[in-house]
Design a protein around this ligand. Structure first.
Ligand code: ZN
Length: 162
């Protein structure tokens, strides 16, 4: 398993994105403001077409199930996956305090998400439901601090802490 994990970590590095080289002279920035707005509109209306797996070429099945790896191996794979996402200008919104054993299978599901890869700026992949009752991060999530209406219907004692 050790060998396999090391292989995966190396493989993740190979899947890191090589940023496109920007040619300042032949920049394809829209020249007119109307064109710019049309572009923004197209962008807002279009759903991402490809999953992250399709962008980076990694099969989610490559990852060993969490019960087959040690804590150390799990952390190594988790960190290398985070670095991979980072190289594609992607960020996953997982609370730092959320146990890595539970975060590991979750972060891998990012491969199945349809995402647009941005050249400038980051895209955040969210898992939070913004409702304490439904949020899979439970007490770890910062959404419990947001006074959303849904929370009034909750019955958990956690919610009256603040
Ligand atoms: Zn949440």
């Amino acid at each position: 398993m050790e060998k396999w994990v090391n292989h995966l970590v190396e493989d993740r590095k190979n899947a890191h994105r090589i940023p496109p080289v920007k040619d300042e002279k032949n920049s394809n920035e829209p020249q007119f403001i109307e064109e710019h707005f049309a572009e923004v509109e197209r962008w807002l209306e279009s759903e991402p077409q490809f999953t992250f797996a399709q962008h980076c070429g990694i099969n989610p099945d490559y990852f060993p199930p969490q019960h087959m790896i040690t804590d150390e191996q799990l952390l190594l794979l988790y960190k290398s996956f985070e670095a991979l996402l980072f190289s594609w200008n992607l960020h996953v919104d997982i609370p730092e305090s959320f146990p890595k054993r539970e975060a590991y299978p979750l972060i891998i599901t990012a491969l199945n998400r349809k995402v647009d890869i941005e050249d400038d700026g980051f895209t955040t992949i969210e898992f939070c439901q913004y409702s304490v009752k439904d949020c899979l991060f439970k007490e770890h999530c910062t959404c419990k601090d947001i006074p959303f209406d849904e929370m009034e219907t909750g019955t958990s004692n956690d919610e009256i802490l603040f």
